[in-house]
Design a protein. Sequence first.
Length: 160
Amino acid sequence: MTDRHPLPSATTARDLMKEIPLVIPSGTSVGAAASLLDAAGTSVAPVTDAGGRCVGLFGTANYRRWLEHDRTRGEVVTEWQTVPPVAAPDVVGYHMTRRFAVATPEADVHELVHRLNGVKDPYLVVLDRQRRPRGIVCAHDVRAAEAGGVSAPGGRRPAW
């Protein structure tokens, strides 16, 4: 009888994901969220609602857009009249990225590649059945796994 070697297991989101160092509640002020990102040493974090469900992503790019919007001057209507800019509330829920890719921990690399197509942020949030964030996968790691070079969670990875 010959020994049969099992087929190599497919790489999944669970294999590629990095644990989430920070979750930001949607009611957090933008300045406080930016400070939390800095303190955690990350550039993006999931935003959750009151039930802990992931409703968006907030990162340094969102913070920069908020800063630029806050500095804009009013719209000039005539030579003597300007309309002040409309100020959005200073909470993360208004400034977060609402279109983001999600997957389950069991999703394989091909599904991860498919889910990353069409989203502008290079991050994929791994959610449990209750839509609570469990980890984040960087598009770089998905592409490496697709090419056959699975990057280990402890290996050298881009800062996200």
